[in-house]
Design a protein around this ligand. Structure first.
Ligand code: IPE
Ligand code: IPE
Ligand code: MG
Length: 239
């Protein structure tokens, strides 16, 4: 009755970089740099395990409220990440996509990202969905505006609404991981989280590694997903 399969779509709220740095009396940006190493590890590992979709919350629509230096530092780290990982992403057959209002991201990382999105667009391995300047509410508002522009007068099925979200080919989230002990969604993937299994860990993002990812997957496999039905129905496979 429990899941023995790995989730199709794992989404991660990578939180706790600032606290990791604070514990070491370092400026917050050091935490973000250390967090980038965790991104490298988890992207490689998830792709090796055959996870089909990995969404990473890298920068929220609310994160612009942070001090200017920190925002600039995060954009600089994004820039370096693309420079360093461009070839590896292509070699690992990973397809990079971005969710969010990319037009507000500074020109240098944005154009690099666009190149990588284009260069990896035919890759058939893991889809790495980078949530950048992403907000779950903006995603829904942007979808509504696309619908209005399209001239549609009515949305008959939920599935038809989904077609207007960012990267509509990305399915619902099966497993949401949030690090650093915070237990909230912080405006992440509101539509696709509707039936996700939630996993919270005290581990700070820079300390999150392959072992911690395995723990989250094992925990996911112990869950019973009912989608509104009864255990008996799930056992008989009525879905
Ligand atoms: C997550 O770590 C990274 C981003 C939000 C960009 P934080 O920077 O939020 O770290 P804490 O929550 O302050 O520890
Ligand atoms: C959520 O983390 C955003 C990212 C991980 C990019 P925050 O640290 O910004 O979330 P809150 O503000 O504590 O809820
Ligand atoms: Mg935080």
């Amino acid at each position: 009755m429990t899941n023995d399969k790995n989730p199709l779509h794992v989404a991660i709220i990578m939180d706790g970089n600032g606290r990791w740095a604070k514990q070491r009396n370092l400026p917050r940006i050091f935490g973000h740099r250390a967090g980038m190493e965790s991104v490298n590890k988890i992207v490689s590992y998830a792709s090796k395990l055959g996870i089909k979709y990995l969404s990473l919350f890298a920068f929220s629509t609310e994160n612009w409220l942070r001090p200017k230096d920190e925002v600039n530092g995060l954009m600089e780290i994004l820039n370096e990440f693309i420079d360093k990982k461009f070839n590896e992403i292509i070699d690992k057959n990973i397809k990079l996509v971005v969710s969010g209002r990319l037009e507000q991201i500074p020109e240098e990382p944005r154009s690099k990202l666009e190149k990588l999105i284009d260069a990896s667009s035919n890759n058939s391995g893991m889809v790495l969905n980078l949530a950048l300047n992403y907000g779950g509410r903006s995603e829904i508002v942007d979808a509504v505006n696309k619908i209005l522009k399209s001239g549609l007068k009515e949305i008959k099925e939920e599935e038809d609404f989904k077609d207007f979200l960012y990267n509509p080919e990305i399915p619902d989230v099966d497993l949401l991981i949030r690090t650093s002990g915070e237990m909230r969604i912080s405006n992440f993937m509101l539509w696709r989280l509707a039936y996700a299994e939630l996993y919270f860990t005290e581990v700070l993002w820079p300390d999150f590694d392959e072992k911690e990812f395995d723990k989250a997957l094992d925990n996911y496999k112990s869950r019973v997903r009912r989608f509104g039905m009864t255990d008996e129905q799930i056992m008989r496979g009525e879905f």
